[in-house]
Design a protein around this ligand. Structure first.
Ligand code: FAD
Length: 503
């Protein structure tokens, strides 16, 4: 193990839109629109013209304005050719009311980092973007809450909270671009979910414009509300099917800037979980991250990124671990002592403690810039599943066999948020796969997950790419209930047509 003192504290890695949009497009097929109402007969330019007159707080982009803009994670996100950008709830409501009256379909969009095709739009739709709803309205340091407009990026909120010694309880690699509204809508999870839960556990209040144009306002700032069903939950994970989120109240967490970071070699997930357990049990230390990369992922990424892996034994997976304590020195000491204690009992296969901010960044880059290998395997089939952490080794071993049974050359890149059992899987094969083969791969990936008590979609949502998973995974009764709610709130089916399956 390389031991170096004073690892630098980790700082949020600002990601530009360009860096975040490496075109890791998973499925370029289009949503099935056969069961949805017909789109408006107006052209995009005509729609743009009419929308401009609706409200002073509404900016409207035409096809010409959108040309040349990066569409985010799916090339058809801007298919509608017209984007409405309200800067107030009132303007959002005016736009939605107008669309409801004219049967114009709406596609909500935030930072466009969504990975399941939830933002894809078509000619005749209007894109409703949160990009100008971008104010941090209030931070209440004593309450540890923030009230923000939906288009505020995660990183902008982190920076605003940092001025009060606070931060968000959720963190994602896409922090520079993902918006709070988008994160609410996908019920985002990320690096800290093992400790703080997912967005659902962090959101205190939501304001949203319903498909009718009415405003649902529940900007509660308290944890305790025992006043009937918690209806705002419909919008959390609703993927834009039940309305457009305009404001959000979030819990905040204390910042813990004094950190130490290491990469370790582990033989399996169970070993990684033992490391996690050790550091979660130390009273003066907080575990900030535990991200595991299986051998194929870490080896290939290190090769492409030029990271020296001479410390990692062949065949081992890499565990990226970060802890915080009252000082950098204390964090470093706890990390080194912990590794000393665990080294032999867990038969660790190498380890390196970050010695500089640059090295810490490189460790994180290898984990967070997971999209760059799509340059080598564009349109590869990708999945985001969760299983109880103690089931991870069985799941990965069985999955490897199931994939090989479909095609002996099939292998998967596997990595993820180990402490909460969330794995990201990418088939090492250029896509898109023909439908029957994709179905076979999906079935291979989903086998055993329900029985184990996991989910076919852990944190990315359903969109239109994961509808097969939704249909085979979610019970008939739950699907029927979702359709009933959708029908009640959006009887014309105008919000995010043809995507989330309850739409
Ligand atoms: C590099 C990278 C790393 C990532 N890491 C993680 C991770 O660790 N954990 C994780 O959970 N996700 C991760 N993601 C996925 C993505 O960042 C999240 O799904 C995020 O929540 C999407 O936010 P967004 O603002 O980009 O939303 P968008 O992509 O714009 O939209 C996502 C969905 O929400 C809907 N929507 C957007 N805004 C609104 C609104 N205001 N009201 C109603 N509906 C709306 C859209 O219609 C769409 O269905 C990652 C993505 C990338 C590219």
């Amino acid at each position: 193990m390389t031991r170096i003192t004073a690892p630098a504290q980790r700082v949020a890695l600002a990601k530009t839109a360009e860096a975040l949009h490496p075109q890791h497009i998973h499925d370029k097929r289009r949503p099935d629109m056969s069961t949805t109402s017909s789109p408006s007969s107006l052209s995009a330019a005509e729609l743009a013209e009419r929308l401009r007159a609706l409200h002073a707080d509404l900016t409207v982009l035409s096809p010409a304005d959108l040309a040349g803009r990066h569409p985010g994670e799916h090339p058809e996100n801007f298919g509608a050719g017209v984007m409405a950008q309200p800067s107030s709830t009132e303007a959002t409501a005016a736009l939605v009311s107008w669309c409801a009256a004219g049967n114009v379909a709406i596609v909500p969009q935030g930072g466009l980092t969504g990975l399941v095709g939830g933002n894809v739009s078509h000619c005749g739709d209007v894109i409703l973007s949160s990009s100008r709803l971008n104010r941090v309205i209030a931070i209440e340091p004593e309450e540890m809450t923030a009230t923000v407009e939906a288009g505020v990026t995660l990183e902008a909120l982190q920076l605003a909270a940092a001025a009060h010694g606070l931060t968000t309880g959720i963190d994602l690699g896409s922090r520079g671009t993902a918006t709070i509204g988008g994160m609410v809508s996908t019920n985002a999870g990320g690096i800290l979910a093992f400790r703080n839960g997912v967005m659902r556990h962090q959101v205190l209040g939501v304001e949203a414009v319903l498909p009718s144009g009415a405003v649902f306002s529940d900007l509660t700032r308290v944890v305790k509300v025992s006043a009937g069903p918690d209806l705002k939950q419909l919008f959390i994970g609703g993927e834009g099917a039940f309305g457009f989120v305009t404001k959000v109240v979030l819990k905040l967490e204390p910042q813990r800037p004094h950190r130490a970071t290491a990469m370790l070699g582990v033989v399996d997930a169970r070993t990684a979980l033992s490391v996690v357990h050790h550091f979660r049990s130390l009273p003066a230390v907080t575990l900030e991250a535990a991200e595991m990369m299986w051998p194929r992922y870490i080896r290939n990424h290190a090769r492409l990124k030029g990271l020296d892996l001479s410390w990692l034994e062949d065949g081992a997976s890499a565990l990226l671990i970060e802890i915080s304590a009252e000082s950098v020195e204390a964090a470093t000491a706890a990390l080194e002592e912990g590794l000393e204690t665990l080294w032999e009992p867990l038969d660790l296969k190498g380890g390196i403690v970050a010695q500089s901010l640059d090295q810490t960044r490189k460790f994180w880059d290898i984990r967070e810039d997971s999209g760059f290998y799509y340059g080598e395997i564009p349109d590869a089939a990708s999945f985001d599943i969760s299983v109880p952490p103690t089931f991870l080794d069985t799941y990965v071993a069985d999955l490897e066999s199931r994939l090989k049974a479909i095609d002996p050359t099939y292998e998967a890149y596997v990595y993820g948020h180990i402490a909460d059992g969330n794995l990201h899987l990418t088939l090492d094969k250029r896509g898109p796969l023909p439908d029957p083969e994709l179905r076979a791969v999906e079935d291979a990936v989903y086998t055993g997950i329900r029985e184990a008590g996991g989910s076919f979609s852990a944190e990315h949502g359903v969109g239109f790419e994961k509808q097969h998973g939704y249909r085979i995974f979610v019970s008939e009764e739950k699907q029927a209930l979702a359709r009933t709610l959708k029908q009640a709130l959006d009887p014309k089916g105008l919000f995010n047509q043809g995507k989330v399956p309850f739409a």
